[in-house]
Write a protein that binds this ligand. Structure first.
Ligand code: AMP
Length: 938
């Protein structure tokens, strides 16, 4: 750096310029020359951070310095700053402005319809520079154009080329200066446009030909059939190709892609190598074997292996419902599961790609939730490559003042400082370049990156749609618009890379392959390496009554129990937690009846012992909302944590436990993705209160309860939902059991309400030990966690099994029983205590612990013992329109009628109610008393 930045500049008259320079430095320390950076860094801070120095402080400091200098050494006329030096500062500001706002002047819209005001600070005049300065030489600062000095003309031109052609780069919002510098260097050194070889260009055209060719073929063969074609966004296909090939050469072994319907068929055939013949069969409406209900073709997933320079890569396209964006966290969960399986902590081996639509990306809250998880311990995957297929319309909504409040559809990504590349989809080479940057950035920095592929949809929302009714001007332009392939082919012909014949040959080759129903992906591996993915065969074809054994040898159970109490030297456990551990020690020794927390912990310990990984996430799961779990201990001395279940024995399977951030939707979707990828593990999501799952209803409806039947994807996810009427008001009393039961059909899920510690223990163990993989919804208790009657013995854990129905436990003579009360959950103990208090021997109380699949045979077996029944009653705490009454009564009626035709199932419970529970404790107690009384009298 030259001497011109020496202290001579520190004259009072230059203060304004230095202040500007300082502003520049605050925004980006690398934007100012080294000397100035060092100088600013040394300034006394008046805030909390080193850069937090007020401008007045800088000016004062600077003036003071100048004064001292004048005193020591009178300033000569020659050392007063020259006009040139002032301009130099302005040139640096100009450079910085282009980095920040150049994208606003870039040509991003292939249709040329965007009308954007070019920011004033991208013109040299804004800085007091004029055409007369264009040939003056300035220092380039840290502008990466390969020289220290250049004319203003060259500097300005290079900035326009780099930042204002067909790529709009947004990266200056990133705080980390290494990352910003990385982008500056990559973009500026090639002026936003590297030279690609003829071979690469020809390959690009081949991929565009494939993308366009498929749509044309389908359009001719199945005119008017909905396919949500990619037309207008064909550059997606070369983009995906590049991501796969480039990440493959980095050593990636698996890639999971999530995408909505637009372009999906194209991706399936041209990226995944799905046999076109299979796709044609789907167009002809053929049913896929083994699926009961199926799904439309543009929601289907797929798997294949392709070859890359770094070896074989397994590709998985996630199945997707119509709810846009919800698949993104599912993909993240699936990727994390694969990374965990490969012990790939950094995320080198498995890459997530999320493909979005612009309208949904800007509109759906789950996008923000998914970004929020991207760097958290429990959910990070080492960075996702996001692609927004920006066709500038959301169904029929295109006005920006209707569709969003942000400048770009992608602005939400800035919340995690993700770099964003807007790129004109009609410039395939620019697309290729930003794709390379995106992959390189993700691999180096392990963070999310966004490519905004600005394109259009040639045929409206789908092929049966007439878009000009709602977007007249846009579609007038689209009618005139030549395709991306045509434009690029022309460009290559013009630059003599290819001739007309070669271009036509590519079209013909592709069409012939489709005519012959051949695979069109050249890199497809015909005999895939199966080791790259999990073998699900052991889990296929089982019914819920499949035989299983959840017993566990008592001595080993006690050894594991003791091991859980070994705390590291010097680790100070909080007083109440210490008491819980002491009690657990007594429980393990048989000196105390066991409680819920103990039994649940032992379920995890024994499953780990048997080789099953365990993953638990959700709100406050470490402690448990009601402090019953304490699976993570906190050192009172230094706040360090210790998880005994991670330290049971050498080389044990993983035990992962994370308090989630405060999301339900993305987190539950993530765990769905995780569990549909890891059949061998117990995967649990726990809601802080059961009703919080409301926020994740899409995941429950679209994936958990229907995924197997639509797509053949098994899922063993367990949801723990605290539920119970404790007089705490409308919120948090009900986990909305009725919603789950209403969704039950074809044995799609299991819904259970265990009432004893041994029951939760065997239920959790059953979930993994039984080869069946079905989602398990457990309504877990609150007060029962400490209820004096809700206890079990060690023998109950060592022996026993999960009981779907629990018969009367008191020794009541069945012959005397005239009234049978059926119930589930906590109300059982209220009924039991009342019956005992009243000394009634004519009433038996039977618990239904599994509400779905409803155990009709087991209930019939219990009923068979009661020959003299006159009444059978269903008792529930929930209002009549809620709980199990409406959805489960037909099962109970069927069993009762088979037992005795004259038995009519009666109801004892709260009246129907709009709200789940009342807010007044006294009203609650009254209602509770009445429903118990009704159970004994109706
Ligand atoms: P993927 O790694 O997701 O591509 O899966 C590879 C193969 O494993 C798929 O083609 C399916 O045959 C099978 N598979 C994956 N996940 C599941 C699942 N949740 N249920 C049943 N089969 C699965």
């Amino acid at each position: 750096m030259q001497r011109m930045w020496n202290s001579a500049h520190l004259s009072g008259g230059n203060a304004a310029y230095v202040e500007e320079l300082y502003e520049l430095y605050l925004h980006d320390p690398n934007a100012v020359p080294e000397e100035w950076r060092t100088y600013f860094q040394k300034l006394p801070a008046d805030g909390n951070t080193a850069t937090d120095v007020s401008h007045s402080t800088v000016r004062d400091h600077f003036v003071l310095l100048a004064k001292n200098q004048r005193r020591a050494q009178p300033v000569s006329a020659g050392s007063v700053s020259s006009e040139h030096e002032k301009k130099q500062v302005e040139v640096l500001r100009l450079i910085q402005a282009y980095r920040m706002r150049g994208h606003q002047a870039a040509t991003l819209d292939p249709l040329g319809l965007w009308q954007r005001k070019v920011p004033a600070d991208l013109s040299i005049n804004h800085y007091g520079l004029t055409d007369a300065d264009l040939d003056t030489t300035f220092r380039t600062g840290e502008l990466y154009i390969g020289k220290e000095e250049a004319t203003l003309r060259e500097i300005h031109q290079s900035l326009q080329q780099t930042y204002c052609r067909t790529i709009g780069a947004e990266f200056t919002h990133i705080v980390d200066s290494d990352q910003r510098k990385w982008f500056q260097q990559r973009l500026e050194s090639v002026r936003g446009r590297p030279a690609f070889s003829a071979e690469v260009q020809s390959h690009l055209l081949e991929r565009l030909t494939a993308a366009e060719g498929l749509e044309k073929y389908l359009g001719t063969k199945y005119p008017g059939t909905k396919r949500f074609g990619l037309e207008g966004g064909e550059s997606l296909i070369p983009m995906l190709d590049e991501i796969i090939q480039r990440s493959g050469s980095y050593g990636t072994k698996e890639i999971v892609i999530g995408m909505a319907h637009r372009g999906r068929l194209n991706v399936l055939v041209n990226t995944f190598g799905k046999n076109p013949r299979d796709l044609f069969d789907e167009f002809e409406g053929k049913k896929v074997e083994g699926l009961s209900s199926g799904d439309v073709k543009y929601h289907q997933g797929f798997s294949s292996n392709v070859m890359t320079a770094g070896g074989e890569v397994h590709l998985a396209l996630a199945f997707n419902p119509s709810h846009l964006e919800i698949v993104s966290p599912v993909v993240e969960g699936s990727v994390r599961a694969r990374q965990d399986r490969r012990q790939d902590k950094a995320g080198d081996k498995v890459l997530p790609i999320s493909i979005h639509g612009d309208a949904a990306f800007a509109g759906q809250g789950v996008v923000m939730e998914t970004f929020q998880m991207s760097q958290t311990r429990g959910y990070r995957t080492g960075g996702t490559v996001h692609i927004v297929i920006n066709n500038q319309v959301g169904f029929t909504t295109s006005r920006q003042d209707d569709s969003r409040s942000t400048e770009y559809a992608t602005d939400v990504a800035k919340m995690i400082q993700a770099p964003i590349f807007h790129v004109n989809g009609d410039d395939p080479e620019a697309v290729l370049f930003v794709t390379q940057l995106a992959v390189d950035y993700r691999m180096q920095f392990k963070r999310d990156v966004v490519i905004d592929l600005v394109c259009y949809r040639r045929r409206g929302h789908n092929e049966a749609d007439e878009p000009s009714g709602t977007q007249p001007l846009m579609y007038q332009q689209i009618a005139k618009q030549r395709t991306t392939r045509e434009l690029y082919a022309d460009a290559l012909i013009q630059s003599s890379v290819l001739d007309d014949d070669r271009v036509q040959a590519k079209i013909d080759e592709y069409r012939t392959a489709l005519d012959n129903g051949q695979h069109v992906v050249k890199s497809l591996v015909k005999e895939p390496n199966k080791e790259l993915f999990v073998d699900w065969r052991p889990y296929l074809g089982h019914t819920w009554t499949a035989r299983h054994d959840t017993r566990f040898e008592l001595k080993t159970l006690q050894e594991l129990s003791a091991k859980l109490l070994e705390i590291p030297e010097g680790f100070v456990v909080q007083r109440q937690v210490s008491k819980i551990l002491e009690d657990r020690q007594k429980m393990g020794a048989g000196g105390l009846p066991i409680n819920w927390g103990y039994a649940e912990t032992m379920a995890y310990a024994t499953l780990l012992f048997e080789g099953h990984p365990v993953r638990i996430t959700g709100q406050d799961v470490g402690r448990g909302t009601f402090s019953h779990r304490h699976a993570a201990l906190h050192n009172q001395k230094d706040a360090g944590t210790y998880l005994p279940l991670q330290n049971l024995f050498d080389k044990q399977p993983s035990f992962e436990l994370y308090d989630s951030y405060l999301s339900e939707e993305a987190v539950l979707a993530f765990e769905y993705g995780y569990s549909t990828t890891t059949p061998n593990a117990l995967v649990i999501w726990e809601a802080q209160f059961g009703d919080f799952a409301n926020g994740a209803q899409v995941v429950i409806d679209q994936f958990i309860t229907s995924g197997e039947h639509k797509w053949g994807r098994l899922c063993g996810l367990t949801m723990l939902l605290p539920h119970g009427y404790e007089g705490q008001g409308p919120e948090h009393s009900s986990a909305r059991l009725e919603r789950y039961l209403q969704l039950c059909a074809e044995h799609n899920i299991q819904v259970c309400m265990p009432t004893t510690p041994a029951q939760i223990y065997h239920l959790l163990r059953r979930q993994v030990i039984r080869p069946l993989r079905k989602p398990l919804v457990v309504l877990t208790p609150k007060s029962l966690l400490r209820h004096k009657l809700a206890i079990s013995t060690l023998e109950d854990l060592a022996e026993g099994s999960f009981q779907t129905v629990i018969n009367e436990i008191d020794s009541i003579d069945p012959k005397k029983v005239e009234r049978l009360v059926l119930c589930s959950g906590k109300v059982y103990y209220d009924l039991l205590e009342k019956r005992r208090a009243e000394g009634r021997e004519d009433i038996a109380i039977v618990r239904i612990e599994q509400l779905y699949p409803f155990p009709e045979d087991d209930l019939a077996e219990v009923l068979a013992q009661y020959k003299n029944l006159k009444h059978i009653v269903w008792c529930q705490e929930e209002p009549m329109n809620q709980g199990a009454w409406y959805c489960s009564q037909h099962h109970m009626r069927r069993v009762a009628a088979a037992h005795n035709k004259g038995l009519f199932l009666e109801y004892a419970g709260r009246d129907a109610s709009a709200s789940p529970a009342c807010g007044y404790a006294s009203m609650h107690a009254e209602q509770q008393e009445k429903l118990l009384q009704d159970a004994f009298t109706v």
